[in-house]
Design a binder for this molecule. Structure first.
Ligand code: GLY
Length: 349
């Protein structure tokens, strides 16, 4: 097992290893003293792992209740958010009690937002069951729901009290869901870890624990420098400006990981054409993405992608912050005039 300590507005541990769901009760009861535990999960993950988690929590003395949403991005909505708040109130949760978010990014973000706002803050334990949630959304404290106008438009920064990443649960993920998470892992390699980038040329599963730990350590270092994304945390958005545009234009039919894969490939090619990185760097990025059967191209035009990207909340004033690879393991932030975005994207298509 690997443990990474995050020191932000809260200090907490991210534990990564096999069979952690079975010891979740004992581990959580060392930290959280409340008596009640709400397991929030979805209708796919729940039947697989909810009983195991509930048994472990009950053994540690928690009263356990469960709130189950339908799987998929559409569940990260205001209706489920209010339903969860009302559920916690009906179950008489108070501040010392704990929400256990068992699932992928949708469950984690929704649970985190409810935990951060119910009575101005409950305890929160994240138990990611997808690779994407393990390396990204379960760590760093971003919580959110989607509004009609766009994704993640209502949310908070609210660090969890504990993150338990059970690699045995990840080992049974369908290939497509695992590959989606690999896109975010590639992101970390390009951002800050050349060795991780090259490690991905070998099979991922035998080194899953180490790979997740390396990603979490990179995210930890960035979040500790900039918890609320005023500067360096924007680096975590490598591939996301175009990626979010692809997701939105496809009406979310294209998954987050696949959209980010396209975004990273587009930015890598555009950066090499602009002389911001070598052609070899861009080719290495595009080839690694393609080697996982992740997409590296899109049918959407530069004009449509730029238009959709500028609707994204990460735009500020007359410029947009792009994350540009300089080399494998090193990216920089570049303020780009809004008027130059379409041309930049066009170079990468
Ligand atoms: N998902 C990017 C971040 O947590 O900042």
């Amino acid at each position: 097992m690997k443990t990474i300590t995050v020191t932000a507005s809260k200090t907490y541990e991210v534990m990564i290893g096999p069979d952690l769901l079975a010891s979740a009760g004992a581990l959580a009861s060392e930290l959280v003293k409340g008596l009640s535990a709400a397991i929030v999960t979805d209708d796919i993950v729940g039947p697989l792992y909810r009983e195991r988690l509930a048994a472990s929590l009950k053994k540690a003395g928690f009263r356990v209740v469960s709130f189950v949403v339908r799987h998929g991005e559409a569940s990260k909505n205001a209706e489920n958010y209010f339903a969860l708040l009302n559920f916690l109130a009906e179950e008489r949760f108070t501040r010392g009690d704990t929400v256990f978010a068992l699932g992928g990014g949708v469950v984690g973000d929704l649970s985190g937002f409810a935990a951060s706002t119910y009575m101005r803050g409950l305890r929160l334990v994240q138990l990611p069951t997808t690779l994407l949630a393990a390396v990204d959304s379960s760590v760093g404290g971003k919580t959110a729901i989607d509004l009609i106008a766009g994704k993640n438009l209502a949310g908070t920064f609210y660090q969890p009290d504990l993150v338990l990443c059970d690699t045995s649960a990840l080992a049974t993920l369908p290939g497509e869901i695992l590959t989606d998470g690999v896109a975010e892992v590639i992101k970390y390699g390009v951002l800050a870890d050349e060795a991780l980038f090259h490690m991905l040329k070998d099979p991922v599963m035998p080194r899953l624990e180490e790979i997740i730990a390396r990603c979490v350590a990179i995210k930890r270092d960035i979040v500790q420098r900039d918890e609320t994304e005023t500067g360096p945390r924007k680096l975590l958005n490598f591939g996301h400006t175009v990626g979010h545009a692809v997701e939105a234009l496809s009406n979310y039919a294209i998954s987050h990981g696949r959209a980010v894969a396209v975004g990273m490939a587009v930015v890598a090619r555009a950066s090499s054409k602009k002389g911001l990185c070598t052609q070899d760097t861009a080719e290495q990025i595009v080839n690694l993405i393609g080697s996982f059967d992740l997409p590296t191209a899109t049918e959407y035009s530069a004009a449509r992608l730029a238009g959709a990207a500028l609707h994204d909340k990460k735009r500020s004033g007359g410029s947009i912050t792009l994350v540009v690879p300089e080399a494998i393991g090193r990216c920089v932030l570049r303020e780009t005039p809004v008027s130059a975005l379409e041309e930049f994207i066009g170079l990468g298509l």
